[in-house]
Design a protein around this ligand. Structure first.
Ligand code: BGC
Length: 255
């Protein structure tokens, strides 16, 4: 018999919606994760349907903390004003209320990069780090999380800083690298421009680089020319799910 699920995390991405039960002591999946391709033009109805499908598959009991990592700035009680990489039909929706209502259970929604940042601060590369840690996730977009002495400043959207006259994520995300078939060196130069801009405005103590591509950090880190220490994320592509589950558990225990 499997032990009861402590907390459940779901990560909503442009290409896949992924979920797994999380062991909060270890900061790891407690069971294998399930991935369902994101439906084309996924709006609130389609995403809620998939989220429910995942929760049903694991038979997640009512009352279990469920966290959802979402690729936009999210504030409970507020309507979404901006969406970069999922269907525009999300704009104007209170994401947490809509997903809770449509799935028929209480879910806690957090920005995906913030979820990854929390996971790195609690279990990974930013554990016990004092000062200002700047976490970036390099994927379809560039997600950012700022953590100051272990405390998250939520909903920073600094992947959209203007660098070389362009939205940074269209210039330097992992999607830009593969779309334009950039060499590691060329991509590294663009990342240098991005991270130098962040250095200039925020003077962080540490950069943590997440997203799937961070497992190949030895290929592009040598081309990133900055003064600040930069390290790959520890949790790689588990960070969104683990961070969302942790966030939900914290929210529920604070009640
Ligand atoms: C979104 C952010 C998100 C990031 C990574 C950006 O385009 O605006 O909210 O964290 O992509 O998914």
């Amino acid at each position: 018999m499997t032990s009861p699920i402590q907390a459940f995390g779901i990560d909503i991405g442009g290409s896949g919606i992924k979920g797994a039960p999380v062991d909060l002591e270890k900061g790891e999946f407690a069971q294998k994760r399930l991935r369902i391709p994101t439906p084309e033009n996924a709006g609130p109805d389609e995403v809620a349907f998939t989220v429910k499908q995942i929760l049903d598959e694991y038979e997640v009991e009512d009352g279990t903390p469920v966290g959802v990592a979402f690729p936009a700035p999210v504030k409970p009680g507020r309507k979404l004003s901006f969406m970069a990489n999922l269907a525009q039909s999300w704009v104007g929706t209170d994401v947490e209320a809509a997903l809770s209502e449509k799935t028929g259970r209480r879910v806690h929604v957090i920005n995906d990069a913030d979820a990854a940042g929390l996971a790195e601060a609690k279990y990974g590369a930013a554990k016990n780090c004092d000062g200002l840690v700047f976490v970036t996730t390099l994927g379809t977009g560039i997600g950012t999380a700022i953590i100051m002495n272990g405390v998250l400043v939520p909903n920073t959207e600094l992947g959209h800083l203007i660098v070389k006259g362009k939205d940074a994520e269209t210039l330097a995300s992992e999607a830009a690298r593969s779309r334009e078939d950039l060499s590691w060196k060329k991509w590294g130069k663009r990342l240098t421009a991005y991270y130098q801009t962040v250095e200039h405005y925020f003077s962080p103590d540490l950069f943590v680089v997440g997203g799937g591509v961070s497992k190949k950090s030895e290929k592009f880190f040598p081309y990133i020319d900055i003064q600040t220490e930069i390290v790959p994320a520890d949790l790689l592509n588990t960070a969104g799910i683990v961070g969302a589950a942790y966030f939900a558990a914290e929210k529920q225990s604070a009640k």
